[in-house]
Design a protein around this ligand. Structure first.
Ligand SMILES: [Zn+2]
Ligand SMILES: [Zn+2]
Length: 343
């Protein structure tokens, strides 16, 4: 079978390798779709702080069960599935607390060179990291469960009880999904801000209540205009833009939760005194846990989270490099590019 390897930055090489045999508690998946996400793009350009090359990418994917190993009783050949691309020890202090995404030996499949992602014809994985797609859900949708699960996890960490005023900063794929997930999890008014009118229009079509262009505007003003003097209960940052973080802290009310879903690679100056006096909760986000996946699949199946409008373009896996080139050239507009690997 073929396998696509990112040998060095901007260089994808296809090689022939043997189809792996599933061992105990493993399944072999015939890969259908792979999504390319922001972190893949950073890895591709050699700019991801924690990735190592060479690596077989592909951590957002779907496919069909091709073979099951000994001891696997909950999957049968032909079932459509998605994978949860996280490796954890199952024994450390954080795994014991059920927070596998914070395992002391945590790895995301397809980002670290020591792991193998889904960019190949067949893919071998532990059955415990595989989730079934319910009837009616497409393999395209299946490939987007992973980013949507990040969104669901983010909203839960922001303590998403019913009725919360929620501000989402950044209307890229994750911000869009966070805003949708906030609605799905029962938030009150959800306001999404970005400087791209195109992304805001798309979010509107996805059913987000209020989409506001924040170009030349201050987040505090937008919060006051949209939520009145009650302010925002939760601010979810999906932009990862250094100057915006200080604005978020300034714009936070007493007791606001600020959820950090966007990636920061630089140090961010913020007025910590405000965090202290206002009891602002700054919460980090790292991926998701199994339960988030199950919730996400349910939300997608019910239509509470809509993915179709986010699927910008498809490429055949053989056009892997062209797909990245397209992303580079259309960075401002592109949402999700999917690679077609098989049917
Ligand atoms: Zn991703
Ligand atoms: Zn662990």
């Amino acid at each position: 079978m073929f396998q696509a390897v990112l040998e060095k930055p901007k260089t994808i090489v296809f090689r022939e390798v043997a189809v792996p045999e599933p061992g105990k508690d493993e399944v072999l998946i015939k890969v259908s779709r792979i999504g390319i996400c922001g972190s893949d793009i950073h890895v591709y350009h050699g700019k991801h702080k924690y990735a190592t090359l060479p690596v077989v990418q592909g951590h957002e994917g779907s496919g069909t069960i091709a073979k099951v190993g000994a001891g696997v009783t909950n999957f049968t050949v032909g079932e459509q599935v998605t994978i949860r691309p996280q490796l954890f020890c199952g024994e450390c202090i954080m795994c014991q607390k059920g927070r596998n995404n914070l395992c002391l030996d945590y790895k995301v499949i397809g980002v670290l060179g020591s792991t193998i992602g889904m960019a190949s014809e067949y893919f071998l994985i532990k059955a415990s990291l595989v989730h079934k797609l319910p009837k009616g859900m497409t393999l395209d949708q299946g490939a987007m469960v992973e980013p949507a699960a990040v969104a669901v996890h983010s909203v839960k960490l922001g303590a998403a009880p019913a009725g919360n005023n929620t501000l989402v900063v950044g209307a890229g794929p994750i911000g869009n999904l966070v805003a949708q997930a906030a609605k799905a999890l029962g938030a009150g008014k959800v306001v999404l801000v970005d400087i791209s009118q195109q992304r805001l229009e798309l979010a509107k079509q996805c059913g987000i209540d209020v989409c506001v262009n924040s170009k030349d505007r201050n987040l505090a003003d937008i919060i006051e205009e949209q939520f009145g003097s009650n302010g925002a209960d939760v601010i979810i940052d999906c932009a990862g833009a250094v100057p915006l973080m200080e604005q978020m802290v300034q714009a936070a009310r007493r007791g606001t939760n600020i959820v950090l879903t966007g990636n920061y690679y630089d140090k961010v100056p913020v007025e910590l005194g405000l965090v202290q006096r206002r009891e602002i909760n700054l919460v980090g986000v790292m991926n998701y846990v199994a339960e988030d996946y199950e919730d996400t699949i349910r939300f997608i199946a019910s239509g509470a989270i809509k993915l179709e409008l986010l699927m910008s373009k498809y490429f055949d896996i053989k056009e892997y490099s062209e797909a990245y080139q397209y992303i580079d050239e259309n960075m401002a507009q592109v949402m999700k590019v999917l690679l077609k690997v098989g049917d």
